[in-house]
Write a protein that binds this ligand. Structure first.
Ligand code: FE
Length: 350
């Protein structure tokens, strides 16, 4: 059984949607956003609209599997996923109901939305995150880790910590690499990273950063918002941790740092389509967008929203917090994921 299928079964066995409370309109949300700061976002939506949000939390693959298994009986109205490849997969598998919303089209640049069809747009991206490199500033030279390619260089042997290769954050990064390097070189690159591992992949992104601080490894790969969260922490342990490490946005002199996207869609069998669209429109509002930036340290996607987050600014190492981001059509990245998983299996990237 594949990991995904197993996760889906485990999910079906353990999760159940609680019965809706009478009177107040209810929106059923399936969310892969695992951030406690989002609670305030949903509460604000309820205050503004009177619509209560009933949430089921699971990871991206679990949500897609659940939607498939439930079919037309699914109670889901709206879906939030944290990875471009998964958003694309949900679209391709017909799990979303395309939406026509002038508000969303005006608010979000085309690059952060699914390609529209006659039916509408299948999904909308509300925030971005960068896949950055964190390193021990005593033991590693910045110029040795300022490209993704160097993660596989023999000079970094025994130094690398990274979460599972099959995790969507990595799958999307690797899928993007195949666009830049081609299949053959990407597989060699993956093989090189396996050879450079300080330990077998385990844990989440924050665990990789902590492993650098603990001396288990010297180089870690992480999503930017985990780094910013630690940078903003008042916890003495986190402060000591972040004093030891530095952050680099890779590939600034070539194709730019890999960006991933978190976004949402209306469920194919939504019973409350109007409320679901209202919810997505709320997420594109300046108030909600500011929340992604300040609450979860992501970059907002809506036009004209200013980021006011010192940690995000400090992290990029540039005066205005800007950096060069990779630009690739998200659909290509999504389509490469299957091929990349086969490469991971061949090179033994767990
Ligand atoms: Fe995450």
């Amino acid at each position: 059984m594949t990991r995904t299928a197993f996760a889906a079964l485990a999910l079906l066995a353990t999760l159940a949607v609680a019965p809706a409370q009478a009177q107040q309109p209810v929106l059923n949300l399936y969310s892969a956003r695992h951030y406690t700061t989002d609670e305030a976002l949903y509460a604000n939506f309820t205050r503004a609209t009177g619509i209560r949000v009933q949430r089921v939390d699971a990871d991206d693959a679990g949500i897609l599997a659940r939607l498939k298994a439930e079919g037309s009986a699914s109670p889901a109205d709206v879906i939030l996923l944290v990875d471009a490849a998964r958003l694309h997969k949900g679209e391709v598998d017909g799990l979303f109901k395309p939406v026509k919303s002038k508000l969303l089209e005006d608010a979000l640049p085309a690059a952060y939305r699914a390609t529209p069809t006659a039916e509408g747009t299948a999904w909308f991206g509300f925030s971005t995150r960068a896949r950055v490199v964190v390193y021990d500033k005593q033991k590693v030279k910045r110029e040795d880790v300022d490209t993704y390619e160097e993660l596989a260089d023999p000079k970094n042997k025994g130094k690398l910590c990274i979460r599972s290769g099959s995790h969507p954050y990595n799958l999307s990064l690797f899928a993007a690499m195949t666009e830049h390097l081609g299949d053959k070189k990407t597989e060699e690159w993956l093989k090189g990273m396996v050879a450079n591992l300080a330990r077998s992949p385990k844990g989440g992104d924050t665990d990789q950063i902590k492993a650098v601080s603990a001396g288990e490894c010297q180089i870690a790969v992480s999503n930017s918002y985990y780094v910013a969260r630690l940078l903003r922490s008042n916890n003495a342990e986190d402060k000591a941790l972040m004093d030891k490490v530095a952050v680099v946005f890779p590939n600034q002199t070539s194709w730019g740092t890999h960006l991933n996207i978190a976004g949402g869609a209306v469920a194919r069998h939504a019973k409350n389509t109007a409320a679901a669209v209202k919810f997505l429109e709320y997420l594109a509002s300046p108030e909600a967008q500011a929340y992604f930036a300040d609450g979860n340290n992501e970059w907002p996607t809506a036009r004209g929203v200013k980021v006011n987050n010192p940690a995000l600014q400090a992290m990029s190492g540039t005066a205005n917090g800007s950096f060069k981001a990779e630009t690739l059509p998200l659909s290509t990245v999504g389509a490469n994921a299957v091929k990349v998983q086969q490469m991971l299996d061949r090179v033994g990237f767990k």
